[in-house]
Design a binder for this molecule. Structure first.
Ligand code: ATP
Ligand code: MG
Length: 547
C-alpha cells in the first residue's frame, strides 16, 4: 500500500500498523456519553476520528457510551446526532454501548471463571481507603479469594436484584501493589437500581467505563481507539481487559491532548448548570461553546473543522486562544458571506435635488469569482448610520458633517449642505445634494471622496433586531467557581434598519452587515421582526504568525 503523508503522531502510528500488516482497514469510533450536548472540544475529537476515516478510506462508528443510567437522556442522543450531521460527518454504524450489556455480562462471567474477577462486599469508601497511595501498596480485600462458584453465585444474585446499590461490586483481580493505581483491583461492575434510557428496567448491574470501553471497541473491531490524555494511565487496564477477555480484535488505545480554549469552560457539568439555572437561553444559546451554540451563533461548520485542523493534534496539553477560532470564522465569512447594508441609530438624509426612485444593482460579495448582484432601492429619503455624521467633527474625520461629501455605498456621492435640528437640539435630518454623474460603476464626475458609508431607503427597508455579544465569562478575576464569572450583560439588543432584501433571508443565513459586523438570522425571528445574532466583528486583532 502506498504510504499516506502524515500530519500528526496518530497518523504515524496508523501508517506503521498498515505497513506492518497489523491492521488491514482502519476503524475508529466517536464515543460520546449522552449526558449533555457536544461542545467545541468534541468537535476536535470528531474531526480526528472522522478525519482518519476519510483519509484512510476506513470506517468510523458513532457509539453512545450509555453505561451510566442515571445521567443519560434521549434528548442528548438526538442532539449529538444532529450536531455531527451538521459538521458534515457520516458514521458507518450507529451503536449504543447498552446494546452490548448481555455480551459484557458474559465477559464478566468469563473473567470470574478464569479467577480474574471477584465480588467484593466493601463499600466504595472502604475500597478507596484500601487502595493505597502512589508510594504505598494497597490492601487486599478480605473477599478477594472467594471461590469461583461463590463469585458466580453472588454475581448472578447481583444481576437478579437481590442487593441494594453499593452493597456489592465486581472487581478485577489484578494487583493491589501495582504502581499504577488503576490496576489495583478496579471495580468493573456495580449495582444501580435505575431505569436506563435504552434498556429500561432490564438491568440493575452496569459495567464501569474501564471494562465497558475496551469491550465495546473490541466487539466493534475498532483498530485505533483515540481518547484524551486523562485516560493514559488507564491504558494498561484497557489492554488487560481485551487480553483477559480473549477478544478476537485487540484494539489499541491512543491518547491525545484535549482542546482547551482560553476563558472557555467546556465541562458538560458546568454547561448543564448554566442551562438548568437559566443563566443562558438553553444549550444552543449563541454564547455557549456547544456545537449547537456556535452553530446558532453563526460559525460555519467549515470554519469549525478548519480550526480543528489548523490547531493540530498534540500529545501535551495546551490552550488555544478563542480569538484564533474567531479569526478563522471571520476568514470564512469574509470569503463566503454576502454583504448587505444596515444602519443603527439612523439619521435621515434628504436629497434635495433627487426626484423619484430607482433600483440599484449592488454586488453581493467582492471576494467571489462569480459575481452576483442584488436590487437595492434608492430614493430622495434615506437613512445613514448615526455614527457616520458629526456636528463638530475632529480633524481627519472622513464621514459626513456640514459641508462634507461622502459616497453612499453602491450609489452616489452626496454633500451635506444643511442640518435640521428638532426642538430639543437633536439632529432631525440632513439636507444634502447628490452628484448625478457619480453613480457607482459609471462615475464620470472626477470627484474623489475618502468616506464611503452604508445607507437604506427610508421608504423601502426592513426593521431588524441585532443581538450583540460579549464573552459569557467576564475577565478572569481569580474566581474559582466559573459561575461567578458569568457576565450577566454579555448580550445586548438594538434595532437597526436594513435593506429590504433581508426579508428573504432564511434562519441560519449569514451576512456581512457592511461596516458593522457579521450576522446570522436567528430562530427567534418572526414574520414582523427578524432577529440577527452577531457572529464576529469585522476587525481581526489576532496575530496568526504565532500559529
Ligand atoms: P466533558 O468532560 O466535557 O463532559 P467528556 O470527555 O466526558 O466531556 P464524552 O462524551 O465522554 O465527554 O466525550 C466523547 C469523546 O470526546 C471522548 O473521546 C473524549 O475524549 C472527547 N473529548 C471530550 N472533550 C474533549 C476536548 N476538550 N478535546 C478533545 N476531545 C474531547
Ligand atoms: Mg467522558
Amino acid at each position: 500500500m502506498e504510504e499516506i503523508k502524515t500530519s500528526n503522531f496518530i497518523e504515524e502510528i496508523i501508517n506503521k500498523d498498515l505497513a506492518s500488516g497489523k491492521v488491514k482497514k482502519v476503524y475508529t469510533r466517536f464515543p460520546p456519553e449522552p449526558n449533555g450536548y457536544l461542545h467545541i472540544g468534541h468537535a476536535k475529537s470528531l474531526c480526528l476520528n472522522f478525519g482518519i476515516k476519510q483519509k484512510y478510506d476506513g470506517k468510523c462508528n458513532l457509539r453512545f457510551d450509555d453505561t451510566n443510567p442515571v445521567k443519560e437522556d434521549e434528548e442528548y442522543v438526538e442532539s449529538i446526532k444532529e450536531d455531527i450531521k451538521w459538521l458534515g460527518f457520516k458514521w458507518d454504524k450507529l451503536l449504543f454501548a447498552s446494546d452490548y450489556f448481555d455480551l459484557m455480562f458474559d465477559y464478566a462471567v468469563k473473567l470470574i471463571k478464569k479467577g480474574k474477577a471477584y465480588v467484593c462486599d466493601m463499600s466504595a469508601e472502604e475500597i478507596s481507603k484500601n487502595r493505597g497511595t502512589l508510594t504505598e501498596a494497597g490492601k487486599e480485600s478480605p473477599y478477594r479469594n472467594r471461590s469461583v462458584e461463590e463469585n458466580l453465585d453472588l454475581f448472578m444474585r447481583m444481576k437478579n436484584g437481590e442487593f441494594k446499590d453499593g452493597e456489592k461490586v465486581l472487581r478485577a483481580k489484578i494487583d493491589m501493589a501495582s504502581p499504577n493505581m488503576n490496576m489495583r483491583d478496579p471495580v468493573i461492575y456495580r449495582i444501580v437500581h435505575a431505569s436506563h434510557h435504552n434498556t429500561g428496567d432490564k438491568w440493575c448491574v452496569y459495567p464501569m467505563y474501564d471494562l465497558a470501553h475496551p469491550l465495546e471497541d473490541a466487539i466493534e473491531g475498532i483498530t485505533h481507539s483515540i481518547c484524551t490524555l486523562e485516560f493514559e494511565d488507564h491504558r494498561p487496564l484497557y489492554d488487560w481487559v481485551v487480553r483477559e477477555c480473549e477478544c478476537e480484535c485487540q484494539p489499541q488505545q491512543i491518547e491525545f491532548a484535549r482542546l482547551n480554549i482560553t476563558d472557555t469552560v467546556m465541562s458538560k457539568r458546568f454547561l448543564k448548570r448554566l442551562v438548568d439555572e437559566k443563566t443562558v437561553e438553553g444549550w444552543d444559546d449563541p454564547r455557549m461553546p456547544t456545537i449547537c451554540g456556535i452553530r446558532r451563533r453563526g460559525y460555519p461548520a467549515s470554519a469549525v473543522k478548519d480550526f480543528c485542523e489548523r490547531i493540530g493534534v498534540a500529545k501535551a496539553n495546551s490552550e488555544v486562544e478563542f480569538a484564533y477560532l474567531e479569526s478563522i470564522v471571520r476568514e470564512h465569512l469574509n470569503r463566503d458571506a454576502d454583504r448587505v447594508m444596515a444602519v443603527t441609530n439612523p439619521i435621515k438624509v434628504i436629497i434635495t435635488n433627487y426626484t423619484g426612485s430607482e433600483v440599484l444593482q449592488i454586488e453581493n460579495n467582492p471576494n467571489k469569482e462569480e459575481k452576483t448582484y442584488r436590487n437595492v432601492s434608492f430614493s430622495a429619503e434615506l437613512y445613514i448610520d448615526g455614527s457616520d455624521f458629526m456636528v463638530s467633527p475632529p480633524p481627519k474625520y472622513h464621514r459626513l458633517y456640514k459641508g462634507a461629501s461622502v459616497r453612499l455605498k453602491g450609489a452616489y456621492i452626496i454633500t451635506c449642505n444643511d442640518v435640521v435640528f428638532d426642538k430639543d437640539g437633536n439632529v432631525k435630518e440632513l439636507l444634502c445634494t447628490y452628484v448625478p454623474e457619480s453613480k457607482s460603476g459609471n462615475d464620470t464626475s472626477g470627484l474623489k471622496v475618502k468616506g464611503v458609508v452604508q445607507w437604506v431607503d427610508a421608504n423601502n427597508h426592513t426593521k431588524v433586531t441585532l443581538r450583540r455579544f460579549k464573552p459569557l465569562l467576564g475577565l478572569n478575576n481569580g474566581e474559582t467557581d466559573y459561575i461567578n464569572r458569568v457576565d450577566k450583560n454579555s448580550m445586548r439588543q438594538e434595532t437597526a434598519l436594513a435593506e429590504k432584501a433581508l426579508d428573504n433571508a432564511q434562519i441560519e443565513d449569514k451576512f456581512q452587515f457592511m461596516r458593522i459586523g457579521y450576522f446570522v438570522k436567528d430562530k427567534l425571528s418572526t414574520k414582523d421582526n427578524a432577529v440577527f445574532n452577531e457572529i464576529v466583528g469585522l476587525k481581526d486583532s489576532f496575530n496568526k504568525t504565532n500559529c
